[in-house]
Design a protein around this ligand. Structure first.
Ligand SMILES: Cc1cc2nc3c(=O)[nH]c(=O)nc-3n(C[C@H](O)[C@H](O)[C@H](O)COP(=O)(O)OP(=O)(O)OC[C@H]3O[C@@H](n4cnc5c(N)ncnc54)[C@H](O)[C@@H]3O)c2cc1C
Length: 428
């Protein structure tokens, strides 16, 4: 139902754009010079580029109603896929216009290009915006994204906001959206998209930051590589999240201010929040240096790895290493402890964390590690051995990506439906 609603809004706006384009460009489409037809198509490509950028902004805005339904990881995935179509429209826009006007003016492509840059108002800045968007899209392709640091990828996105502002100015000053009802409509959809982004990425977490005044209460070492951060604040009973969700944290301490996503590792207790972090890179290796009393900016809760999405009342939890964090939070929130089984794998016995809390949760648990006879790999035979009715349960998976994707594939092959399988990826 909700899917139909959001799809209808997208389709409606697509038709509105076609309508405004056709109303203002029909004389070009029906013109006798083939150049004018190319110009009309070029204008449409420009409008559709901006439309896709606005959809992309909405997808990463963390707009609660949509995020709750689909989860930020799926929305971020869609954001990336849309980038491909954006690239096609964006490159077509100047190409079609330059070819079109060259044909109309009976000059060659290069001459027309120079005339645009030197004689047409706003075209040079629009070219700068175009280059910013193309470079960002290139950096976001999987091949490049996997080679560069997350921070580089993130900061490379920031000039995009300037590019969007330039593109908007370019379109309301010239072209199909520069007059009548079209200009009003163009202002409206741009305002809605940018307003949603500002509201959910900045105003909502800012409200939470000032309302709760989050501070680090204590840091607890869980094993050689893993630390828990306890965060306290004001009116904590009013800070609500569902077990299994995560938040993006910024610690307002020197050299630690960059945002990172972490799952809540405890269920809601109305007093403090707990996040448990494994040292795995530049930032996480410095977690033990965090100081008590440091203020924390929290953007969240986010994510759909919760019991709300389950279809059965029986559960199988499978955790690998630090993947135990959201799972422990969920386990603690379950009332009928007999309804769940946990399979928890670690490379070595010393890496196991929260053993006491897991025991206190009362949930039947099997550990896998390199101790003689146990083995640390969980596979479908082990699942069937320790949880014979797993096909009748909702299965929650969190762990290293190789582990979760291979397990997901084998349990799907064994007949478990996709709706029964829930997983949290620890990278976007
Ligand atoms: C939904 C979710 C929940 C998570 N929960 C936990 C948890 O409970 N405990 C835990 O230890 N880890 C968790 N992680 C993983 C954690 O966020 C990364 O390990 C951490 O951000 C790595 O940062 P780094 O600079 O130390 O490592 P790096 O070596 O710089 O990064 C390693 C990889 O982590 C990802 N990454 C880095 N920085 C960010 C960022 N700011 N935002 C998103 N991804 C980033 C990138 O894919 C990068 O390639 C979670 C991740 C996600 C997406």
């Amino acid at each position: 139902m909700k899917k139909i609603f959001w799809n209808s809004i997208i389709i409606l706006n697509f038709y509105l754009i076609l309508y405004f384009w056709f109303s203002n460009s029909h004389y070009l489409i029906t013109g006798i010079n083939p150049g004018s037809f190319l110009i009309a198509l070029g204008r449409l490509a420009g409008l559709l580029s901006e439309f896709l950028i606005l959809i992309q902004l909405l997808l990463i805005s963390r707009f609660s109603f949509v995020e709750k339904e689909y989860g930020f990881d799926k929305l971020a995935d869609l954001h990336r896929k849309i980038g491909l179509f954006l690239g096609i429209f964006l490159i077509s826009h100047p190409l079609l216009l330059t070819f079109g006007y060259a044909k109309l003016n009976n000059i060659n492509f290069a001459k027309q290009f120079i005339t645009f840059q030197t004689g047409w108002s706003g075209v040079f800045t629009a070219t700068v915006a175009f280059l910013i968007i193309v470079i960002t899209a290139f950096i976001s392709t999987k091949a490049i994204r996997n080679k560069i640091k997350y921070e580089v990828w993130y900061f490379a996105h920031l000039p995009l906001y300037i590019a969007v502002a330039i593109a908007f100015g370019h379109q309301v000053n010239t072209g199909d959206m520069s007059q009548g009802g079209a200009i009003f409509y163009w202002y409206l959809i741009n305002l809605v998209a940018v307003g949603t982004l500002v509201a959910f990425r900045f105003i909502k977490p800012a409200y939470s930051f000032f309302k709760h005044s989050f501070v680090i209460e204590k840091i607890v070492k869980e094993n050689d590589n893993v630390y828990s951060i306890y965060i306290a604040g004001k009116k904590m009973e009013q800070y609500k999240f569902a077990s299994g969700q995560y938040a993006t944290l910024i610690f307002l301490q020197k050299n630690m201010w960059f945002h990172h996503p972490f799952s809540f590792s405890d269920s809601h207790n109305g007093e403090n929040l707990r996040f448990t972090v494994k040292s795995s890179g530049d930032f996480t290796s410095k977690i033990e240096n965090l100081k008590k009393g440091t203020r924390v900016w929290i953007d969240g809760p986010l994510g759909t790895f919760t019991l709300e999405k389950s279809i059965n009342k029986k559960y199988l939890f499978i955790a690998g290493g630090i993947g135990i964090t959201p799972i422990l939070s969920i386990m603690k929130s379950i009332e009928d402890k007999k309804s769940a089984i946990l399979l928890y794998s670690n490379k070595r016995k010393e890496e196991i964390i929260f053993q006491k809390e897991i025991a206190e949760s009362g949930i039947e648990t099997y550990y896998f590690n390199t101790d003689p006879g146990v083995g640390n790999r969980i596979n479908d035979q082990k699942i069937a051995k320790f949880c014979s009715d797993y096909k009748d349960r909702d299965i929650y998976l969190c762990g290293p990506i190789q582990m979760t994707s291979s397990l997901m594939q084998s349990i799907k092959n064994n007949g478990v439906s996709s709706e029964q399988i829930h997983f949290e990826k620890f990278n976007y």
